[in-house]
Ligand binder design. Structure first.
Ligand code: NAD
Length: 435
């Protein structure tokens, strides 16, 4: 099937390549010329495991191309809209400028029978409004939220854990479902669960899922605060409650909390939308979820100060990790960089390292110092903070790292190191929510 993908960022580039891999004929459209040039050459403009190989393979088949010319979407049966929906400046609400521009740009090229599938995360009610704009063209709108995880985006797109279609009532909805079933024929043949629903539910599914995940993380981080006040150990607590199958151990890792381009802005946009709908009380708990999350960053700076005997002024602090999570170069609202920047502002000399995200981090925080490796960052450090749990930082050898630091102080911002091993090597080990 001929498909267009509008917006080729973390979501759209992977979606475009994955659709080509599934056998479709795909054109990816973006307004960013540099990004399009990279993608057209079969190169990934950001770090995502498996994407370079997938791009090389699918661009070579001739079934995947990229363009900045909107007219090239003509002839596609399905148009996936994957543009960004960041937080508005100074407000909690989502900025829909890019979605509105993408739809406005698409309208002149649509013909009757086309399907426009919204994948961006939008406030509930957006699809209903956009469907009215599309009506005169004879195209049908479907809301098809995306659940991929950065770091696993290729696998998640080729083998999703579920598919959700928000379709209009009646024949247009049935026809649109049939077309999307054809697009996703391969994952559907693997028994991927499919939920076919209305626009409102489809839009809510995405923000509800992210709100639940954010709540689970903030729940364990709230328990970490209790553990800190009582001398209990949050990792043991998480293990013990996680054995209850109704609770589960996933997303119960206490630490620096969540960040990135989705969870923080999605829960805030959800709260803003609930306010507009007159049901703000229903989501007032998300304000607390957000506050707990942000408090962890402040607490981490305090903990670094504590291990440095009350002051970080003039101290050299190594921060291992800049990406908001491992296996990604995405630094949007990264807890690691937020803590690094706070320490720098408070007078520390902060040296940040990351296996993939240094370039993005430098663009956002040019005042920080960056090093290529953990050893380089830790050289002469008065404290080392593990802020993003990349495998290579989890596997660091405490004996070896001890040789380069000024003071053997390790702060485990993700509760992934073995405290006994680090203490045995002479380090002062501290973590959030642990003795
Ligand atoms: P992104 O910023 O990486 O990508 C957005 C892309 O859209 C950019 O390349 C931008 O140049 C392009 N763009 C903007 N306006 C355009 C236009 N008018 N025409 C064509 N291209 C245009 O953002 P992202 O992380 O890919 O997120 C996109 C959407 O997907 C958001 O709503 C996000 O919440 C949602 N989402 C993201 C993820 C994720 O893990 N990143 C997962 C699920 C859902």
């Amino acid at each position: 099937m001929r498909i267009s993908v509008i917006g080729c960022g973390y979501l759209g580039a992977v979606h475009a390549a994955a659709m080509a891999k599934l056998g479709h004929d795909v054109v990816g459209l973006d307004i960013d010329e540099a990004k399009v040039a990279e993608l057209a050459a079969g190169r990934a403009p950001f770090y995502e495991p498996g994407l370079p190989e997938l791009l090389t393979e699918t661009v070579a088949t001739g079934r995947l191309r990229f363009t900045t010319d909107p007219a090239e979407v003509v002839g596609a049966r399905v148009h996936f809209v994957c543009v960004g929906t960041p937080q508005k400046r100074g407000e909690f609400a989502a900025d829909l400028t890019y979605v509105d521009a993408a739809f406005a740009g698409l309208l002149p090229y649509l013909t009757a029978g086309d399907i426009v599938a919204g994948k961006s995360t939008v406030p509930v009610g957006t699809a209903e409004r956009l469907a009215l704009d599309l009506a005169p063209t004879g195209a049908t709108l479907v809301w098809n939220p995306e659940f991929l995880r950065e770091g696993f985006a290729v696998k998640d797109t080729l083998h999703p854990d579920r598919l959700v279609y928000g379709v209009p009532a009646g024949k247009p909805g049935e026809d649109a479902k049939a077309v999307l079933d054809e697009v996703y024929a391969v994952p559907l043949s693997e028994n991927t669960p499919l939920v076919v629903t209305d626009y409102a539910t489809a839009q809510l599914v995405k923000v509800a899922a992210n709100s639940f995940l954010a709540t689970k993380i903030s729940f364990i981080n709230a328990m970490a605060e209790l553990c800190e006040a009582t001398g209990a150990d949050v990792t043991g607590l998480a293990d013990a409650i996680g054995y209850d199958a109704r609770i589960g151990r996933k997303f119960l890792n206490a630490g620096l909390g969540f960040g990135g381009g989705c969870l923080p802005k999605d829960i805030r946009a959800f709260m803003a939308r609930a306010g507009e709908l007159g049901v703000d009380q229903a989501l007032s708990f998300l304000r607390e979820v957000d506050s707990i999350n942000m408090r962890r960053r402040v607490r981490m700076v305090d903990l670094v100060r504590e291990v440095c005997h009350g002051s970080i002024v003039g101290r050299r602090i190594a921060v291992l990790g800049a990406a908001f999570k491992p296996n990604s170069d995405d630094v949007r609202d990264s807890p690691a960089l937020s803590v690094a920047a706070q320490m720098q502002l408070q007078g520390a000399h902060v040296v940040v390292t990351d296996p993939q995200a240094i370039n993005n981090a430098r663009k956002r925080w040019p005042d920080l110092t960056f090093a290529d490796t953990a050893e380089e960052a830790a050289t002469g450090a008065d404290a080392v903070l593990l802020a993003t749990e990349w495998a290579e930082y989890r596997d660091l050898d405490p004996e070896k790292l001890a040789l380069v630091v000024n003071e053997k102080r390790i702060l485990d911002g993700r509760n992934v190191l073995d405290p006994a091993a680090w203490r045995a090597a002479g380090w002062t080990y501290r973590a959030l929510g642990r003795r």
